[in-house]
Design a protein around this ligand. Structure first.
Ligand code: SAM
Length: 355
């Protein structure tokens, strides 16, 4: 067996592993730059020495030097060997010195750090076959999710996604009732409450810690009179006659997604709408061999599927179900119309469901 191995193939595998280890370490370095203002300090494109960067960012010179060396060999910062100065290319500044994009990177990096911290829970679950609920995760995971939602979902939800739904925006302007299932820290509903002051909003999540944080966030935003949050399982949330029911990056986490959509159909007004926000992936595994696919299948195996299993799933949807599988689930729950919303959102897949 060993004799038949091609040494070059083995070298390639080792190279790939090394590259994955470097990427894992590199993400921490990128996040460090976001959180300590190093990217912002380089954002004007000036060619800086480590001492000058340290002065601008208010950190020790030794740390600025080590951080710059890493970013230079990683290709995020240009290094001039003649002057020993470092420059941030404009394209990198556009991503990493931008508040929204850097918040998204910070959020994802926080969740990935929490996944590493919570690894033993998942390792035990793989051995026992039991699940790991969202409530068992480190707080950094919940916070990271909230950051990603605020950066990646909220701006588009308000400015483009709601207007792209059939007749929904007019109802929200006039005064509608909206539910968000698996609402987490409530960022989506709070943003909608700010945009549509005549409407009322209620978020549901089984995790009491998230519901407590969502209530605090609504009070801090001054919308707690119109946005409330309740602890409830997705398949048994309360209320009726909703004009809109949202699932933002949450349906695939559920133990019983068909049950949750059945309950949604029952709780909608006769001409109400449900909106599923999921990641934009291809239907077939073999078509998802790309960085987004890698990230999502890892999140699925480490977080979303363990949560679904903790809630009774034996065949969880996983973080990358794709349009065809989601349509099957919606149809099994009795929805008669499932329509992919045409929006310019490379990372997101939006499905509009009508009873
Ligand atoms: C990936 S997070 C998304 C949170 C939020 N929608 C956002 O976009 O920030 C998934 C959420 O679903 C919630 N969840 C998981 N299983 C649930 C269940 N069976 N019933 C209600 N909520 C559930 C989790 O507690 C978590 O807040």
């Amino acid at each position: 067996m060993t004799a038949m191995l091609d040494a070059a193939d083995v070298e390639q595998v080792i190279g790939r592993l090394l590259s994955d280890m470097a990427a894992t370490a590199g993400l921490q370095m990128i996040r460090l730059g976001v959180r300590t203002g190093l990217w912002q300090a380089l954002a004007d494109g000036a060619a800086l020495t480590p001492a000058e960067l340290a002065e601008r960012a208010g950190i020790a010179e030794a740390y600025a030097r080590e951080w710059l060396k890493h970013q230079a060999v990683s290709g995020y910062v240009d290094h001039d060997p003649a002057t020993q100065r470092f420059t941030l290319p404009a394209a990198v500044a556009a991503v990493l010195a931008d508040d929204t994009q850097s918040a998204m990177v910070d959020g994802f990096a926080g969740m990935l750090a929490a996944m590493a911290k919570d690894h033993i829970l998942v390792e035990d679950a793989y051995r026992s076959g039991y699940g790991v609920g969202w409530h068992q995760r480190s707080a950094e995971h919940w916070l990271g999710m909230d950051l990603v939602t605020r950066a990646e979902v909220v701006p588009a939800l308000v400015s483009a996604w709601i207007p792209a739904l059939d007749g929904v925006e007019d109802r929200l302007r006039g005064g509608a009732t909206v539910a968000d299932i698996g609402c987490g820290y409530g960022a989506a509903l709070i943003a909608l409450a700010e945009a549509y002051p005549r409407s009322r909003f209620i978020g549901f999540d089984y995790h009491d810690g998230s519901i407590a944080s969502a209530r605090k966030a609504a009070a801090a935003a001054g919308v707690a009179d119109r946005v409330t949050f309740e602890v409830a399982d997705a398949a048994a949330f309360g209320g009726a006659g909703y004009d809109l029911v949202l699932f933002v990056d949450a349906l695939h986490d559920l133990g019983d997604p068909v049950g949750a959509l059945r309950r949604t159909r029952e709780a909608l007004a006769p001409d109400g709408t449900a909106l599923l926000v999921e990641f934009a992936v291809a239907d077939r595994l073999e078509d998802n061999a790309n960085p987004l696919g890698r990230l999502l299948y890892a999140s699925s195996a480490l977080v979303c599927s363990p949560n679904a299993i903790a809630h009774g799933a034996t065949d969880p949807l996983g973080s990358a179900p794709g349009e065809a599988r989601l349509t099957e689930v919606a149809t099994a729950a009795g929805f008669g119309r499932v329509h992919r919303v045409d929006v310019d959102a490379p990372l997101n897949l939006l499905l509009e469901l009508r009873p």
